[in-house]
Design a protein around this ligand. Structure first.
Ligand SMILES: Nc1ncnc2c1ncn2[C@@H]1O[C@H](COP(=O)(O)OP(=O)(O)OP(=O)(O)O)[C@@H](O)[C@H]1O
Length: 485
């Protein structure tokens, strides 16, 4: 029996003249390989799912529909709001020889003559960037901003490919715990209404800012989605770049490029003013950058993005004193043909447009108003709403209008600006701000026009040429007042 079984196994078959036992062995091996393959696929799929374990509806639906609107660049006297948008991986660097900040001295501050050393001021000039400095005895010297274009690797280079979204990176909570040393206190950069921002370092060495939204707040979830929708896909040199996010359980985290020179609020009123004061040129550079980013959001993409919370603490500043608008948690998207929406009033006291505050009427002109307040804040160094001041000065916009009406415009300039701007540069900025805070929504200029006004040497139009001037720079009533001074 045993021998007939053995002889059966040793019989030759028609398949390549293989013996039966050899054929059975091969079949078994193929079967085993197939089973292993199926098992491997199963495990790999499961692993991928745990990374993406949330129902699709949880994943913010990045507006793939956000399209860039190309504007004709041939026309003269024209600002193309899409001009400074960046393609993936592109790094912005601007040649600049402005004086951007003044360092405070040890109480003794003398005026710089702008030609190297003067009193306790020193001009630090680097190839591209120079800034006015006053030596502060006993305090560490402030380094001039980097003057060369350094080609840095993309902050996402070298991270696992599996976790790449089509525009950024999907981080695990573990990735971000490692990056921030378990969200240690030492890494806290600051705290906003909906979360804490940490400095972190990714495994590829890139420094990032990680915003951890507070748990269990409907608004935090909303803010998370909106932020991803609004800026996940867009790139502009004056918008903070969102690198990716993390969704795990109730955790919601956003990962941004790290912008290391503080924010405009800190430079104007807070911690950064120990390092020095922004010069007029520094302020105008920051405001022009902010205006360009807003023009891009309002006029170069569809649907347009209304930020809704333009204020100095949301304007981050990089090494070269470029503005980067941040904090899109309250943003609204407006589709083509949508002239406005009526929505719940959010934003920050002092910056909110009157029609929006009173009736929830919102469109991009609300951002224009907030930008006007921001510009006034930069010109005067005053906060938009300051309860510590006497009644007529508490509200910045009202105070400015009152001062302009009384022909006392020159008195509104921030006394911390040592090198006074030229009269025309000052007028240009003040007039632009007044047009932006016009109580009549229709009278406020679009942001691309604001950019032109801030950049144009011919604005405001001199008295003689005003009658002949074309329509494009028609000042509102408030603005007319300042022509008189
Ligand atoms: N990408 C970033 N790089 C560096 N610092 C950042 C970055 N994003 C935010 N910060 C800083 O983190 C702090 C908190 O920012 P966040 O936007 O959460 O709140 P806020 O704007 O100060 O307040 P709120 O939004 O509640 O009005 C601020 O000091 C801000 O300058």
């Amino acid at each position: 029996m045993g021998s007939s079984y053995n002889s059966g196994l040793s019989k030759e078959t028609n398949i390549f003249h293989l013996k039966v036992w050899a054929l059975v062995g091969i079949c078994f091996c193929i079967f085993a390989v197939l089973v292993l393959l199926v098992l491997w696929c199963f495990v790999a799929r499961k692993k991928f799912r745990t990374r993406n374990k949330h129902p699709v509806s949880w994943i913010p639906n990045v507006s793939k529909e956000i399209k860039e609107i190309r504007v004709d660049q041939n026309s003269t006297n024209h600002f193309d709001p899409g001009r400074d948008s960046l393609s993936n991986g592109e790094k912005y660097h601007e040649k600049n020889s402005d004086k951007l900040m003044t360092h405070p001295s040890n109480g003794k501050e003398t005026k710089s003559d702008g030609r190297g050393q003067s009193g306790s001021f020193t001009f630090i000039r680097s190839e591209d960037v120079a800034f006015e400095s006053v030596e502060k005895k006993g305090s560490p010297a402030v380094n001039p901003p980097c003057s060369h274009t350094i080609t840095l690797p993309s902050p996402l280079a070298g991270l696992p490919e599996l976790s790449q979204l089509d525009w950024g990176h999907w981080f695990t909570l573990r990735d971000l715990e490692i990056a921030t040393n378990k969200f240690s206190k030492e890494n806290v950069i600051g705290e906003g209404g909906y979360g804490v921002v940490y400095r972190g370092q990714l495994t590829n060495g890139a420094i990032v800012a990680v915003k951890r939204l507070l748990n269990n707040l409907g608004q935090a979830e909303k803010e998370f989605r909106v932020e991803v929708e609004a800026i996940g896909h867009v790139r502009h040199k004056n918008l903070v770049r969102l690198l990716g996010y993390c969704i795990e359980g109730t955790h919601r985290l956003l990962v941004y490029e790290y912008v290391k020179n503080g924010n405009l609020e800190q430079w104007l009123h807070g911690a950064m003013s120990q390092h020095g004061y922004l010069t007029w040129e520094g302020r105008m550079k920051i405001l022009r950058g902010t205006a360009k980013a807003l023009a891009y959001l309002h006029e170069a993409i569809d649907p347009k993005v209304v930020h809704r919370d333009i204020k100095s603490s949301n304007i981050l500043i990089d090494d070269d004193f470029n503005a980067k608008i941040s904090d899109f948690g309250l943003a609204k998207l407006l589709g083509a043909g949508e002239t406005h929406i009526i929505t719940r009033v959010m934003g920050t006291f002092g910056y909110v447009a009157p029609e929006y505050a009173s009736s929830g009427f919102l469109n991009e002109k609300s951002d224009v108003y907030s930008f006007g307040v921001l510009l006034l804040e930069a010109i005067t160094g005053r906060e938009p709403a300051d309860d510590s001041r006497p009644l007529p000065e508490k509200n910045l916009v009202d105070w400015i209008k009152m001062m302009v009406g009384a022909r006392r415009s020159e008195e509104v300039l921030d006394p911390n600006i040592y090198n006074k701007p030229s009269k025309s540069a000052f007028k240009r900025a003040l007039l632009t701000a007044l047009r932006c805070v016009d109580p009549n929504v229709e009278q406020r200029p679009p942001m691309s026009q604001v950019v032109r006004m801030l950049e144009s040497e011919e604005y405001p139009i001199p008295r003689e040429g005003r009658k002949k001037a074309k329509e494009s720079f028609r000042p509102s009533l408030d603005a007319e007042q300042i022509h008189r001074y």
